[in-house]
Write a protein that binds this ligand. Structure first.
Ligand code: ATP
Length: 306
């Protein structure tokens, strides 16, 4: 399901490894070197602090040259806009997001942030300004404090706590016997899925990123936990250009812009009311999901796989 973001998981692991490496005096560059797909372009310069406008200009991409995944994708969004990417499984939503991070480069066309091709920015200065929260976030087997600090090395304890409060995490952290010094396990362990997500959100929040990517961040959480995570996500994304990938159309109704993606193309775009008025694929899916939700909690997935 999340193949496109496997490299992303690697990157987020790398953030931890880099942090540890710097602490132990290794050169971060040696670790970054194993990112195989992209490199700094000759003449790339450090990115300025982004405002956060993003545009895709005729972007095509395939992992394999014989199979196009994205086909001439075009859009332009303003700083601070909230964009939802919806559509069937395998339609290319995560791939689109991974191109923005330059995990891969388009085979055709270009991606611009603040009007400049992202290949003209040094990779690390690009990625530093984009926060990612995925389903099932990666935590490291270090303290909660360090897990949050990996979002921005050198952050103070007060900044860590501020980010944790924003992420609805401070209270449950304080309830742990060792508080911020609690060492978490990489998978599962003492923290619930929702608590792990909130630590990941705190890690993202401490970066103050102008651009945020959320890839099904609440999938698999129960109702109460989902509510706490959503509240944290709302605060995290306030004022940042946000791309949310979601299978749940009810979760995207309030978004500024919804892209309905199918087979690598944006088939429909607009606000929820606009898309409903178009009475196209989005509207059809929305009605099916609502009916399915009323009948069967698994309905969303059934409908989307159909
Ligand atoms: P989902 O909703 O299931 O997450 P998606 O819309 O995000 O799907 P992508 O994950 O972008 O879709 O996948 C689009 C297509 O690209 C799929 O056919 C997938 O199998 C393929 N794909 C994704 N990642 C890779 C990869 N790293 N290498 C090769 N093919 C990939």
């Amino acid at each position: 399901l999340k193949t496109a973001f496997d490299p992303m998981r690697q990157i987020s692991k790398q953030i931890g490894q880099i942090a540890k490496a710097i602490a132990s005096g290794e050169r971060a560059i040696d670790i970054l070197d194993y990112e195989p797909h992209v490199r700094d372009f000759p003449g790339a310069t450090k990115a300025h602090p982004f405002y956060g406008s993003v545009s895709f200009q005729d972007v095509s991409f395939g992992y394999d040259p014989n199979r196009q995944i994205l086909k001439q994708v075009n859009f332009a969004v303003e700083p601070g806009q909230q964009i939802a990417l919806v559509g069937p499984s395998g339609s290319g939503k995560s791939t689109l997001a991974s191109l923005l991070l330059r995990l891969y480069d388009p085979t055709d066309g270009g991606i611009l942030i603040d009007g400049r091709d992202i290949r003209s920015y040094k990779l690390d200065s690009l990625r530093q300004q984009i926060s990612v929260v995925m389903q099932d976030s990666v935590l490291f087997a270090v303290s909660i404090r360090e897990n949050i600090t990996y979002g921005r090395l050198g952050a103070t304890d007060a900044e860590v706590e501020h980010a944790a409060r924003l992420a609805n995490a401070h209270d449950f952290i304080m309830d742990l016997p060792q508080g911020y010094d609690t060492v978490v396990s990489e998978r599962g362990g003492t923290l619930s899925g929702g608590q792990r997500q909130r630590i990941a959100i705190a890690r993202a929040a401490i970066r103050h990123s102008p651009i945020v990517i959320l890839d099904e961040p609440t999938t698999g959480l129960d109702g109460a936990s989902e509510h706490a995570v959503n509240e944290a996500l709302n605060r995290l994304t306030q004022g940042s250009t946000t791309f949310l990938i979601s299978h749940n159309l009810r979760a995207v109704e309030r978004f500024d812009l919804i892209f309905y993606i199918e087979k690598g193309e944006i088939l429909e775009r607009g606000t929820h009311p606009e898309l409903m008025a178009q009475a196209g694929r989005y509207a059809q899916l929305y009605r099916l999901q609502n009916d399915a939700n009323n009948l069967d909690p698994q309905g969303i997935e059934h409908v989307l796989e159909a």
